[in-house]
Design a binder for this molecule. Sequence first.
Ligand code: F6P
Length: 373
Amino acid sequence: MTKRLGILTSGGDCPGLNAAIRGIGKAARGAFGMHLIGFLNGFRGLIHDQVTELDDRAFSGILTDGGTILGTSRDKPHRMPVNGKIQDMTEEAVATYHRHALDGLICLGGGGTQKNALRLKEVGLNILTLPKTIDNDIAMTDVSFGFDTAVGIATEAIDRLHSTATSHSRIIVVEVMGHRAGWLALEAGMAGGADVILIPEIPYKVERIAQAIQERARRGSRFSIVAVAEGAMSDSDAQQIAKVARQKKEAKNKADKEAASAKLQSFVDAHVGHTIQLTEELERVTGLESRLSILGHLQRGGTPSAADRVLATRLGTACAQYANDGRYGYLLALQNDQVRPVPLEEVAGNKKLVPVDHPMVQAARLVGTSFGD
Ligand code: F6P
């Protein structure tokens, strides 16, 4: 009997999603003769049964396109806003899966998607996932597609900011994405020769950053580039957040846990825009004119790099192979240049952060880059 597969993309989009969909689709249909449908806008499409048939034409000409032909959202089946209320819509998601007589569902996404996918596995669905995110923070995979493209975009931006920083003898702070993990800031910062790199894993002190910049100025370089991940924070903010996170973990009842969660969220909300304050403080402390450039969603847009197209095609085709073999319950990860199945339980809820002594951090320090610590 013809096997039937569903595909959805969830979480923030990134370059390489369409290449992965194409890899799954071409292999599943062409090599294994499966029937494919796509759910629109992430898990929302699964819950509300919004589908599109995926025939050969759907996979043609999308290898180089950014975004996702299926649309995406950050919706979670177990916490869906419905008529102004948060509801558990897991049963509806399961019902749609069975209504379409699916043999399996493939979810392409980041950390949140891996958690949602595990929940669906736990209620009995056959699930496979692929790792996508420009943050590169998915556990158990060496790399996620989207990351290489984003590193390229952010590096080019830093290159361009260099010439204007030099001409004006300014500090330019460049904010790159990465709210929990600093991989993107680290790699783009290194590739672009940033003088200071600030990542969430290494809390900074403004005085230390200023010192590094003033030292450069004394040596004759009156400009500096500061590459900062959006989630980087000062050591005092980091201590406060760690305290509230601890309170949340140790909360004895639901009310305490909710209160700690609300406090944590307000910290996170207040942190948005912290690079504006950082830029102003650096100007005040160093006396050097400072400007801020926030790269934002530019880093998620446009055509995928060659490396991301290749990675997405490898993972996508491997995924079709696993589905054809009836092997479910895994993230297909890249480890030591091999595609490997990792049980979803080992991925969901874990984040791959930058180890503070990572060889890249050490190399950056050896070329004189400051981490503000
Ligand atoms: O998760 C990827 C990511 O790009 C983060 O780096 C960033 O904080 C977030 O998405 C932005 O998400 P949104 O598109 O929902 O604003």
